[in-house]
Design a protein around this ligand. Structure first.
Ligand code: FES
Length: 375
């Protein structure tokens, strides 16, 4: 095999002497590329039009930076905790989602428009025709390609436009910060901070705080009527949504209870033929009362309300991502993304009043996983 180079190719010494411009043209020629047009967008430097174009690009990058900063601040500090429409602070709470949506959207839009503007106004719009060929790249190809890239960078004139560089750095940097804040921002808040005890996620309003306390199963009604549930209120194969209620609860206590995400429970009365087929979870054999079973309504996947009970199949369905739980097998997941069973509430009937009561809190956290969760 001969090491001779074709005649038209420069030697290594000649190659080292070539200027960037010459390398660009040589590379184009060797690749069969014909540069039909390669105009400089600003042949006269420093004109007012050029400076105006520069300011326009910088404006969009700066806007992206300011919007990105606003997003980070709002995402972390804006009051995001639920406030009911008739309570103080509702207005600010109701703006949370629009504010983070608009600010993040503006930040991304600003970067996008800035890059588009820069490309349109400062990058030479060459017209080139290239013949494609097979095979890998040799040293010559690599050198000419690098020169081409350096030339493109040089012709983009970005190096001598500090205003655009700084605004792009600001906008891009803050947008990057915003993208980091999205997954990490929630970790800055202590989820236990608003809880009365540090194990707040382990307990729900069904927790018995006093000895011999009776926590009844109460329906949510449109008025203040206290509607407790007795076994004879439910037909076989039916389901009720219930919340914890203590006789000492005031109107305000009740209002807080039904707003808590971990309060709602599905009370299910199985049909007798289904009740006979139930498989109890080990350690939870006495959690049910006859054919009555109570499961948290909070999906173990991502926390949506699993509000649908299908009597025919005894499946509890979560509408968010279609997880299904088998009510005949301690609500273990049988379909969909959920991997843990729904927590079961231990219930019985109060001998004195005949109403359902819970005998304790859930024996495990309700809802999706969190870092400290062991089960
Ligand atoms: S939240 Fe229930 S399936 Fe995803």
């Amino acid at each position: 095999m001969s090491n001779e180079k074709p005649e038209e190719l420069p030697s290594e010494e000649e190659l080292a002497q070539l200027s960037r411009d010459e390398l660009v043209r040589l590379g184009a020629k060797l690749d069969g590329v014909e540069l039909v047009e390669y105009p400089d967008p600003w042949p006269v430097k420093g004109t007012r039009a050029e400076k105006r174009a520069e300011r326009q690009v910088a404006f969009w990058f700066a806007l992206a930076g300011i919007a990105g900063l606003a997003f980070v601040v709002a995402f972390i500090w804006w009051p995001a905790k639920y406030v009911a429409p008739n309570e103080d602070g509702y207005f600010m709470y109701s703006l949370y989602t629009p504010v983070i949506g608009v600010t993040l959207g503006l930040a991304i839009l600003g970067i996008g428009i800035g890059v588009l503007n820069y490309t349109r106004k400062f990058i030479p719009h060459e017209i080139a025709v290239q013949q494609r060929h097979d095979g890998g790249s040799g040293e010559l190809d690599k050198a000419t390609i690098l020169a081409g890239l350096a030339d493109a960078g040089n012709r983009s004139t970005i190096a001598r436009r500090p205003m655009i560089k700084r605004s792009l750095g600001f906008g891009g940097g803050v947008l990057g910060l915003a993208l980091v804040a999205l997954p990490l921002g929630s970790l800055l808040r202590n989820p236990h901070a608003q809880s009365a005890n540090k194990d707040g996620l382990l307990h729900t309003p069904w927790q018995h705080t006093k000895k011999d306390e009776k926590v009844f199963l109460r329906r949510a009604t449109a008025n203040d009527e206290i509607s407790l549930v007795r076994p004879e209120d439910m037909d076989a194969g039916s389901m009720e949504t219930v919340f914890p209620y203590r006789e000492t609860d005031t109107h305000e206590d009740w209002a807080k209870t039904i707003l808590r995400g971990d309060s709602p429970v599905m009370l299910i009365r199985l049909r007798p033929q289904d009740g006979a087929r139930v498989i109890q979870h080990q350690g939870q054999e006495d959690y049910h009362y006859g054919d009555y079973y109570a499961y948290t309504k909070i999906c173990s996947h991502l926390g949506c309300p699993t509000s649908l009970y299908e009597q025919r199949t005894n499946r509890i369905l979560c509408p968010c991502h279609q997880s299904q739980f088998d009510a005949l097998q301690y609500a273990k997941p049988v379909f969909g993304p959920a991997t843990r069973k729904l927590a079961q509430l231990p219930i019985t009937v109060d001998e004195e009043t005949g109403y359902f009561i819970s005998t304790s809190d859930f024996n495990e956290p309700v809802g999706p996983a969190y870092w400290e969760r062991r089960s």
